[in-house]
Design a binder for this molecule. Structure first.
Ligand code: CAA
Length: 712
């Protein structure tokens, strides 16, 4: 049989293999092939049992997400799974890679499951705003009990094969087998079970769903609600699993279907699917040959062992890449290394890292004062003070020591990569790697291309980002790159809103209720108000504010008083030293009053709608300017940036996606109104005007990215 699914017989066992690279997603052709091949196996008189497996790197990793939103094409996955469960010959799923979503659901429809020990099994649908819609919410609780099922389905996180074995999700696991060995083992397993002539159906199991405490579901709801930020999907997952306990299997399946449809049709799901594909799209560099060879990264050097340098070094060693950290004094080195050690120890004490793994990671870190460590490094990342002259000095020194082919990277968050590159004799090897604080935790990595940066460096860094568990986007070399350039406008509106009559508390609460992880003032306090202060001072020295609004008087005054934020216990708020809980501070309100009085502002009541419109309008306006200048490859890269680096809710899709959803013409009108009220803080965007007229979409705009270094 041709197509993505094939049937063959090995001795007396039929083997069905799915070959739909890269992840064997369950497209219509695969569903249809699974159904046809099962029939072939059942009709094959020499086959006594049937194994189903995935070719290539994984068992089926789920439904084909690109088919979502399109009319369902027959056969639907549920029917195929029932065919495997009702098969007259025993069906066995041989698992490897990542059996996820619909893939795991197919395996749960089989009578038995066996797996390679490295397999990760999960139902990640919640991360796409949906729920397992092919019986997963009904069969998983029957196999592993509702508690673990709830945990897996509401978090979307997979479990390792060893846990699946312990909990009864798989019958056998085989240590580190090749795919061929997995099939050989599955054949032996199949022959053994033939002796019993049993066809255990997950849907008929009831022992693990009897006597479930009624409080279980309420407790899970209570536990996850604070983290939902307005999301509904996880609650619907819980309702579906509750159906497995409270209803018959048939009623539970119907309940699951109804809830699936609600989720599938929701904006939450549309936004999360956009986020999923945007993250993968960000990897694609326009015009670059897919086969461009990548540079090996087997050793890194980080210069500077402060907060950023330490966090960057941790990201590398977490991925098994050895790092030398260079500092100017033993005292700085010791201080930085102690912070890293304490960070890891805290993770160990929370049970999220074993002592053995912590030791392994610490052993990959070599603190040193000796710059010769650079000589054999594949990448050198400078993470020192944000000061051009210091950076230039360091890059000249790196240039003199680094081997040919090494990548010379700066962690600058705003400075001109081309100017830094000019301090070397190899400007084409220089690039920006802008990590976000805390760098060992935050997922975003802005890869900043200078005007001469070689394209293979960009590709290498995108691959490296994935390896060190970051999400990379490529940004042009403008002031603040993508993220901070937009954030500057966003924060400016936050400051103006407060100057005009809102409070930091109101602004933060409106943003957080909408879905932001933290409001703008809370973010400033977390990141350190001194960081923005330093940039404002540089901007002032460079005459950046000429003809532009300056809205940060309150922030400046807080910095003058040393109120740098959480790290000193006070900023826009004061913080409980033990719990770090934020509280309003009358001293801040007095400063706000003083600034308003000195500036002669007639304060007014500001509505929550205006706050959202101005915060988001500022982001969208600047994002559109960045796009039209070619500093981002596509609108969705900007969404990836905001979701992974700035706490924009993934289930809201990102600022650019929001603009398209609301309608760019409508957003443009609101921005024009704001501009009419204050013509200094809303720079014009030609692209916005064009899209307003044409009723176009930002996601359809293809920028000219041939000149990545127009600083603006
Ligand atoms: N459908 C369509 N395409 C998919 C896909 C899916 N389920 N999963 C991955 N892909 C595509 C990606 O878009 C990417 O395409 P490009 O190469 O064109 O960029 C390619 O496969 C490789 O993906 P990754 O770069 O993510 O590869 P990876 O090796 O890093 O990760 C993975 C592999 C763990 C499977 C990861 O891709 C993943 O998590 N995929 C989503 C899995 C998922 O959510 N499954 C549930 C689907 S919903 C469902 O099944 C509903 C149901 O109940 C029936």
């Amino acid at each position: 049989m041709s197509g993505p699914v094939t049937y063959e017989r090995k001795e007396n066992i039929g083997v069905i293999t799915v070959n739909n690279p890269p992840v064997n997603a369950l497209s219509q052709a695969v569903r249809s092939g699974l159904s046809d091949c099962l029939k072939e196996g059942i009709n094959d008189p020499a086959a006594e049992a049937i194994i189903v497996t995935g070719g290539g790197r994984t068992f089926m990793a789920g439904a084909d997400i690109s088919e979502f939103g399109k009319p369902t094409m027959s056969p639907d996955l549920n029917s195929v799974i029932f065919e495997y469960e009702d098969s007259s010959k025993p069906t066995i799923a041989a698992l490897h890679g990542t059996p996820l979503g619909g893939g795991l659901e197919v395996s749960m429809g089989c009578h038995y499951r066996v797996a390679n020990s490295k397999t990760l099994l999960g139902l990640p649908e919640v991360k796409l705003g949906i729920l397992p819609g092919a019986g997963g919410t009904q069969r998983l609780p029957r196999l592993v009990g509702p508690e673990l099922a709830l945990d897996m389905i509401t978090s979307g996180n997979p479990i390792p094969a060893s846990k699946a074995l312990k909990e009864g999700l798989v019958e056998e696991i085989y240590e580190n087998t090749t795919h061929e060995e997995l099939i050989d083992n599955a054949i032996v397993f199949a022959k053994n079970i033939l002796v019993n002539n049993e066809h255990p159906k997950s849907r008929e199991r009831s022992e693990k769903i009897s006597n479930v405490s009624p409080s279980l579901f309420d407790n899970v709801i209570k536990k996850i609600t604070p983290r939902l930020r307005g999301r509904k999907g996880p609650l619907r997952c819980i309702e579906a699993v509750r159906g497995a306990v409270d209803l018959s299997f048939e009623e539970g399946i119907k309940n699951e279907r109804d809830l699936f449809k609600i989720c599938h049709d929701s904006e939450e799901s549309e936004a999360l699917i956009h986020s999923f594909f945007s993250e993968r799209m960000a990897n694609k560099i326009p015009g670059m040959d897919k086969n461009t060879p990548l540079r090996p990264i087997n050793k890194a050097v980080v210069i500077g062992c402060g907060t950023m340098g330490g966090g960057i070094a941790m990201s590398f060693v977490n991925a098994g890449i050895p790092v030398n950290i260079i500092e100017t004094t033993n005292e700085f080195l010791e201080k930085g290394m102690n912070i890293i050690k304490n960070n890891y120890s805290a993770t160990v004490s929370k049970g999220r890292l074993s002592q053995e793994n912590m030791d392994k990671r610490m052993n990959l870190l070599t603190p040193t004062l000796d710059w010769d460590a650079i000589k054999d490094a594949d990448i050198i990342i400078e993470a020192v003070f944000e000061e051009m002259n210091i950076k230039k000095e360091i890059f000249t020194k790196i240039d003199g020591l680094a081997k040919e082919g090494a990548i010379l990277a700066s962690n600058t968050s705003t400075l001109d990569i081309d100017e830094i590159a000019d301090a070397t004799n190899r400007p084409e090897e220089v690039v920006g790697t802008h990590f976000f604080s805390p760098a060992n935790v935050m997922r975003l990595l802005e890869i900043v291309r200078g005007s001469r940066t070689k394209v293979d460096i960009l590709a290498t860094l995108m691959a490296l980002a994935k390896k060190i568990k970051k999400v990379g986007i490529i940004a042009g070399n403008c002031d603040g790159f993508v993220g901070n350039r937009m954030f500057h406008q966003y924060i400016q509106q936050a400051h103006l809103l407060v100057q005009e009559g809102a409070t930091p508390e109101q602004v933060d609460s409106v943003a957080e209720s909408w879905g932001w992880a933290m409001g703008p003032f809370a973010v400033n306090d977390l990141a350190g108000n001194d960081v923005g202060w330093l940039i404002r001072k540089r901007h002032k020295a460079e005459n950046y504010y000429e003809g532009k609004i300056y809205a940060s008087d309150v922030a400046d005054r807080l910095c003058e008083l040393g109120r740098f934020g959480q790290k000193v216990g006070k900023g826009f708020y004061k913080y409980d030293p033990k719990t770090r809980k934020r509280e309003s501070d009358p001293e801040v309100h007095k400063i706000i009053e003083d600034v308003r009085r000195e500036k002669g502002v007639n304060t007014r009541e500001i509505s929550d709608d205006e706050i959202l419109s101005r915060l988001h309008g500022a982001l969208i306006n600047e994002g559109t300017r960045i796009l039209e200048e070619g500093h981002a490859f596509r609108a969705s890269d900007i969404d990836v940036c905001y979701i992974n680096g700035y706490g924009f809710a993934a289930h809201r899709g990102g600022p650019m996606w929001q603009a398209d959803k609301i309608g760019v013409n409508k957003v443009a009108k609101e921005i024009n109104n704001h501009r009419n009220a204050d013509n200094l803080s809303w720079p014009e965007s030609d692209l916005m005007n064009t899209l307003e007229e044409s009723n176009g979409k930002l996601s359809d705009f293809v920028p000219d990215t041939s000149n990545p270094s127009k600083r603006s």
